[in-house]
Design a protein around this ligand. Structure first.
Ligand SMILES: *Cc1c(COP(=O)(O)O)cnc(C)c1O
Length: 454
């Protein structure tokens, strides 16, 4: 056994005091948001009615590599950070691999995921601007939970539009949010114009993330003192999540390890973007090289099978357009897809890095994902979120390749959260009723045909 401890902890003093903004080092910047009405790039002030002002500035900041983390946010981070970097000795042993596997575990807080890192930042800037509250959407519920925790801490009102199917199927997640004082509304609701229109057009619909986003934006812009916040995709969210990568890199440096390969699951791209940012920064500055892999579900394969075009971010088409790898804003993964990561598009930063071939992508089927999840739970003890398990799958596959070649690669992956609220999905897997769905080329082409033309 090597002398690397099971868990590499940073001290409280070593928690980063600045976020890292990878856009500052990118030669090709992510494409700007575009006003769907005019086709022109959005101006800063045009976003002020929707987002908090400081967050708009962060969204547009392609220049400053480091941005100070306000003291209040640092203090909040101290309640659950630094998160551990774990050497997966037990998994290595079970696989019989010469590879060294490390994971950065973000599930050690009540929301159970990395989303709290950005939730507290967004709630903080809303509070600082003197707002009454924020609105948002949530799919599986992790983001809504994280935001309700952050709002409770700062004394802000929190209104969450939760995709109806999750609202009904995940009552416990809903109750956690209400315990933290959030108002949770199933979407599409009858409370907004867009919700009423969608209900009329598709009676009995169980909703989608894109639809809940439209409702949350309408709720923010129609109430005095409210703004909309989003848990992934946006540049600002990746900025806040850089705390994951900065800590991971500091911990590896502390024990003298250089990662060869970095793996993260990709839904909207925020945990992946946060984890890889400091490492990609080194690549961009010519200081080091890494193999980086984004892992997405085969049923929602935006990077591996989507197009890099301007698209709508929401179903109601009320948000600015973003240039991203997308499957089309009307794309809805098959109903049997239980593994999360269902958003139709990918963060503009991740999309640009992928287009520039700085990172690669792979898609995996959900039964393979749950197989990896169960193996990981049994040997490493942590019951992983289905989303996180996409990264576990590829980390295992890569470690097994090392077994064949004898390579002692250092593999780092992001373990974004725990899966206690996903036991219906685990149940399907355990009962053998889980199936894989992979969309046909025709289905993807039909959905992409709906993207706006530029
Ligand atoms: C939301 C979530 C993800 C996916 O979101 P990204 O923005 O792609 O990071 C992954 N894992 C967990 C546990 C999540 O809650």
């Amino acid at each position: 056994m090597s002398d690397i401890p099971y868990k590499v902890y940073l001290s409280e003093k070593e928690i980063p005091t600045q976020w890292y903004n990878v856009r500052a080092d990118m030669k090709n910047k992510p494409a700007p948001l575009v006003n769907p009405g005019t086709g022109e790039p959005m101006k800063l002030e045009e976003l002020f009615p929707v987002f908090c002002e400081e967050l708009c500035r962060q969204e547009f900041d392609n220049e400053n590599p480091y941005i100070d983390i306000p003291q209040e946010i640092q203090d909040f981070y101290k309640m659950y950070r630094p998160s551990p970097l774990v050497r997966a000795y037990c998994l290595e042993k079970a696989l019989g691999t010469p590879a060294h596997i490390y994971y950065k575990f973000e599930g050690n807080n009540t929301s159970g995921s990395h989303k709290l890192n950005s939730a507290i930042a967004q709630a903080y800037y809303a509070k600082k601007q003197g707002l009454k509250g924020v609105t948002t959407e949530t799919g599986a519920g992790q983001w809504g939970t994280a935001l309700s925790m952050a709002c409770a801490y700062l004394g802000l009102d929190c209104q969450v539009y939760m995709v109806k199917v999750s609202y009904e199927q995940k009552p416990f997640r809903r109750e956690v949010m209400r315990t933290y004082g959030a108002k949770v509304t199933p979407s599409p609701s009858m409370e907004t114009n867009i919700g009423r229109a969608i209900n009329e057009q598709y009676p009995g619909t169980t909703g989608s993330l894109g639809c809940a986003i439209s409702e949350a934006v309408e709720a923010a812009t129609s109430q005095e003192g409210y703004r909309y916040v989003l848990g992934s995709v946006l540049n600002q969210v990746l900025l806040h999540q850089s705390v994951i990568g900065l800590e991971a890199k500091a911990a590896l440096d502390k024990v003298g390890v250089k990662a060869d390969m970095i793996i993260g699951c990709a839904g909207g791209g925020s945990n992946l973007g946060g984890l890889i940012s400091p490492f990609v920064g080194q690549m961009l500055r010519g200081e080091a090289d890494y193999e980086i892999i984004a892992v997405e579900p085969a049923s929602c394969p935006s990077l591996t099978r989507g197009s890099y075009v301007y698209d709508f971010c929401d179903t109601g088409k009320v948000c600015p357009l973003a240039k991203m790898y997308t499957l089309g804003s009307g794309y809805i993964p098959a109903p049997n897809h239980a593994g999360g990561l269902r958003y139709h598009g990918m963060s503009p930063v991740i999309s640009q890095l992928y287009d520039d071939k700085l990172i690669s992508a792979r898609s995996v089927k959900q039964t393979e994902v749950f197989e990896a999840a169960e193996m990981f739970a049994r040997v490493e003890g942590i019951l992983p979120a289905p989303e996180s398990s996409h990264a576990i799958r590829v980390a295992i596959d890569e470690a097994l390749k090392c077994k064949e070649t004898g390579e002692e690669k250092n593999i780092l992956f992001g373990l974004t959260g725990t899966g206690y609220f996903d036991m219906v999905a685990y149940q399907q897997y355990n009962d053998g009723t889980m199936s894989d769905y992979v969309p046909t080329d025709e289905e993807i082409a039909a959905s992409l045909a709906q993207c706006p033309k530029f």
